[in-house]
Design a protein around this ligand. Structure first.
Ligand code: ACO
Length: 401
């Protein structure tokens, strides 16, 4: 591992690394991945232990602060998050400005960026308490904005956050309660969602987190940084894959069509990839995918849902894991492969899948932003390029071209 920034400037040396496959852009103590062994640790704790024993809010605290909270610390953090869940009333005007059928990711991205207009004046990035408050506000308000965006898109009135509920139940209440039918919260649904938020909470320097850090490196305010992260997450090669997986499974439709889907994915001319397969870092099973697969069976069983798409997904996984093309390229199911089936069982609408990912990942984004703000080695992110354009040439007047 060579620290290029320490080479003498006069060497004029830089590396070409399209897609940053082998470039560390920072030092970080938050998340560790061993892609070959299929290991994921948050602050040293294995993901399966956190999934089994922790809660999303506790994991958010861990990612931000580096240690698990004791009871008092957790209560204080929980209290802070709970008491910043309201969104400013004026934010409703932003939502009202969107077309009724706008994608909730578009509304989330725009509305989170607009938070900078509400809190920018008081934000001194040199003040640790103000930085902490920005992190708390983002974790607290993003579920409120997400649920409001969804309700706007279906023409329902926005529900305010109920602060006597826990993080996940509050979100479900804001999403689904209608005045005529008070929502009966199903503990299986709440637990499954909490677990999905934990599994999505951080994944070191993925595209969206790197985006948050790149924008953060310029000194931009944290709401703008996280909004940029949301935009990066939206793409189907990243967080948008969960929505794309469900659409793909629906398109395949029945297990007997799986073989032709596999053949199409192997044909480069087709432009079709198996969504939810492959990962830049994992060249083994994504440990989150293992946990989600197990949970999918459990949740569907407990909710009594018989979803034919699960059968298609299992057949697809089985066929791909036996196929030389996928084996040679080490393409395994990733976190998004099964998450869509669970979201569907939890009655989360398809266009909200990536929004759900964003809610969980906010914990990681703010943890990285906070870490970057106190990193003495942090610099503005400014990659170089290999220039492939024209040599120097003279300007020609338009009538001589
Ligand atoms: N289906 C078919 N072929 C694939 C797939 C796939 N899902 N993924 C990669 N390949 C093939 C590529 O065509 C390439 O083949 P080649 O060596 O013959 O040219 C090889 O595997 C390597 O693929 P790259 O695109 O170079 O790998 P990269 O690390 O750049 O991409 C990515 C990783 C974007 C995740 C890719 O595997 C993909 O597009 N997967 C589908 C989308 C997806 O599930 N994204 C979610 C990722 S996880 C997350 O963000 C939460």
């Amino acid at each position: 591992c060579i620290d290029i920034s320490r080479l003498p400037k006069e060497t004029g040396c830089f590396t070409y690394d399209a897609g940053f496959t082998a470039t560390a852009s920072c030092k970080s103590a938050i998340t560790y991945i061993d892609g070959d062994a299929g290991v994921l640790l948050y602050r040293g704790y294995p993901i399966d232990q956190l999934a089994e024993n922790s809660s999303f809010l506790e994991v958010a605290y861990l990612l931000i602060n580096g240690e698990l909270p004791d009871a008092k610390q957790f209560e204080a953090f929980s209290h802070d998050v709970t008491h910043h869940t309201m969104m400013h009333e004026a934010l409703k005007s932003f939502l009202n400005g969107f077309r009724h059928d706008a994608h909730p990711m578009a509304m989330l991205c725009g509305s989170v960026a607009s938070l900078s207009a509400f809190y920018h004046d008081t934000l001194d990035l040199n003040d640790p308490e103000q930085r902490r408050m920005a992190a708390v506000r983002l974790i607290a308000k993003i579920p409120t904005i997400a649920a409001a965006a969804y309700r706007y898109s279906i023409g329902w009135p926005i529900r305010y956050p109920r602060n006597n509920l826990d993080y996940v139940s509050r979100f479900l209440h804001m999403m689904f309660e209608v005045p005529s039918e008070p929502l009966e919260l199903n503990p299986v649904v709440a637990k499954a969602l909490d677990l999905l938020f934990i599994l999505h909470a951080d994944h070191e320097q993925n595209a969206s987190t790197s985006t948050v850090r790149l924008v953060g490196s310029t000194g931009a305010n944290p709401y703008a940084c996280v909004s940029a992260g949301i935009a990066a997450l939206w793409g189907p090669a990243h967080g948008g894959a969960n929505e794309a997986v469900l659409k793909m499974l629906e398109e395949i439709g029945t297990p007997d069509k799986v073989e032709s889907a596999i053949a199409r994915a192997k044909d480069k001319e087709s432009g079709f990839r198996l969504m939810g397969f492959g990962h830049r870092v994992y060249k083994n099973f994504d440990p989150r995918a293992r946990i989600i697969r197990e949970m999918t069976h459990k949740v569907l069983g407990e909710l009594g849902v018989d979803d034919p798409l699960l059968e298609v997904a299992m057949k697809l996984e089985e066929a791909a894991l036996k196929d030389d093309y996928f084996v040679e390229r080490k393409l395994y199911p990733n976190v998004d492969f099964y998450s869509g089936i669970i979201y569907k069982a939890l009655k989360i609408p398809t266009e909200m899948f990536t929004v759900m990912f964003a809610i969980g990942r906010t914990a990681g984004w703010v943890a990285h932003w906070l870490e970057q703000q106190t990193d003495p080695e942090a610099k503005i992110g400014r990659p170089r390029q290999i220039y492939t354009g024209a040599d120097t040439r003279d300007y020609l007047a338009i009538d001589r071209r």
